[in-house]
Design a protein around this ligand. Structure first.
Ligand code: PLP
Length: 472
């Protein structure tokens, strides 16, 4: 079975380009084909293989496809896939150091490798979380603990209102974290951005002063490097100045872009993040490991431990009493997967230079594409390309905002229906815009040319239809 599965995966990766990148199934169609209950009698592997062909593979959206240019494109490259296969087989569960010494210590080592790779000083320590959303929740729980040292005992009811600050471009995971932590969406202050979609540090300072004057307590500031909509970068150094002055926790969400700090010439975009109390980035977004790998780093790990540690008698150990790392103390879940294995194999087989070279290439391709798009008739670029995301729209003269939005929606749907490229959209300053993200290791210039050909054809069709409508 294992051999057949590996053969299948190899065939899958080799035949990706013959598959439509976006799944063509309709909601509920696959579910209707699945039996309502598990089989009473065991089935043969052959029957399962038939369903992998008939049901599973045809109904996937192919994230591994080089034409995948939507959201934040990424790759589960082979070294990490093999790491995950091994991790599943070893089935290590990292609760305590003794439940898996190697999981614990490899994770500590890989976290140190990652921090070093992105240019962070050696005091950063941390963990590999599943997703950035969980990472930000853990970090903000530690910040809440710092702002309200008795919160674990008393809860929030008798405390002043706590406030988290982020820019209006911050990811929805920050809203969710505030909800889960009992601060509420009213406890999240969205600070306006400048013309480059970066948080205004002056507006942040003013908002903190206003909240303090009203008796509220600042809990944390979340700066984003690589925002989801446009991949803009908040001015982390200026924000760190405010946080230091105000003694407020600074968390940096660099979920997508953080891997790019491994490239020295891109590192200035992160200037100041080394002053953060916590920060995160997702190797599963742009460091070529399969999904579920978020590097969550803290300047003082003890702060997280204080927020989360609960040690029942049955989990007491001599190692824990001696201060050895017990990862159950640093987050919500008790156990953890052996995530470090896929990261360790990937970093060894790519080398730091392999990671840097691929990220550099993605950024170069994104900048070239933006230059080409800027020369196209009726195309508007909407944000500087700092990393590998290009945000643009079809904007011919004479269309009302609503007509232009509808035209871009139709262009996106037509391109995605074709099967060679998959792009996504966002709403920026109230307007529907197109997003093209390069992050897949197999994406080459020819795939971007294929996208451009589709885009030109659809833009031309829109022009012709608009003219025909006007003429009639
Ligand atoms: N933060 C930012 C800036 C993001 O762009 C994203 C996802 O795109 C997230 C957080 C959430 O990432 P995850 O899916 O790992 O929770």
């Amino acid at each position: 079975m294992g051999g057949a599965a590996v053969e299948r995966l190899a065939r899958y990766l080799e035949t990706l380009e013959s598959r439509p990148v976006l799944a063509r199934t309709k909601p509920g169609e696959v579910l209707a084909k699945l039996p309502p209950r598990a089989p009473e009698r065991p089935e043969e592997w052959d029957a399962i293989e038939r369903d992998l062909d008939a049901l599973i593979e045809p109904n996937m959206t192919h994230w591994q496809h080089p034409g995948y240019l939507a959201y934040f494109a990424n790759t589960g490259a082979v070294p990490g896939v093999v790491g995950d296969i091994l991790a599943a087989g070893y089935n290590q569960i990292g609760i305590l150091w003794r439940t898996s010494p190697i999981l614990t210590e490899l994770e500590m080592a890989v976290v140190r490798w990652l921090a070093d790779l992105v240019g962070l000083p050696s005091e950063f320590d941390g963990q590999l979380a599943d997703f950035a959303s969980t990472g930000s929740l853990i970090a903000l729980a530690a910040a809440r603990e710092q702002a309200f040292p008795d919160v674990r005992k008393t809860g929030l009811a008798a405390l002043p209102a706590g406030v988290v600050y982020s820019s209006e471009m911050a990811h929805s995971s920050i809203d969710k974290a505030c909800v889960v932590l009992g601060l509420g969406t009213e406890g999240l202050r969205k600070i306006p951005v400048d013309e480059r979609f970066a948080m205004r540090a002056d507006a942040l300072a003013a908002a903190i002063a206003d909240d303090r004057a009203k008796g509220r307590r600042p809990v944390a500031v979340v700066a984003t490097v690589g925002t989801t909509t446009v991949a803009s970068a908040d001015p982390v150094a200026k924000i760190a100045d405010v946080c230091e002055r105000e003694e407020v926790w600074l968390h940096v969400d660099a979920a997508y872009a953080g891997s790019a700090a491994s490239v020295p010439e891109l590192r200035p975009l992160f200037a100041g993040w080394e002053r953060a109390d916590s920060l995160l980035f997702n190797p599963h977004k742009w460091m070529f490991v399969p999904v579920e790998c978020t590097a969550l780093l803290f300047r003082r790990m003890e702060r997280v431990r204080r927020a989360f540690s609960v040690v029942p008698h049955y989990l007491e150990t001599p190692e824990g009493s001696a201060g050895v790392r017990e990862y159950m103390d640093y987050g919500i879940q008790l156990g953890r997967r052996f995530r470090a294995l896929k990261m360790w194999i990937t970093l060894r087989m790519f080398g730091a230079e392999g990671v840097r070279a691929r990220i550099r290439e993605h950024v170069a391709m994104a900048k070239e594409l933006a230059e080409t798009l800027a020369k196209e008739p009726d195309v508007e670029l909407l944000a500087p390309v700092l990393f590998s995301l290009v945000v643009f729209r079809f904007a011919p003269n004479g269309l009302s905002p609503a007509e232009a939005d509808a035209a871009n929606r139709r262009i996106l749907e037509a391109i995605n229906a074709e099967g060679t490229s998959f792009i996504s959209h966002a709403v920026l300053s109230g307007r529907y815009v197109l997003r093209l993200a390069i992050g897949n290791i197999r994406t080459e210039r020819r795939h971007l040319e294929a996208f451009l050909a589709s885009f030109r054809r659809e833009a031309q069709r829109e022009r012709a239809e608009t003219l025909a409508a006007r003429a009639s």
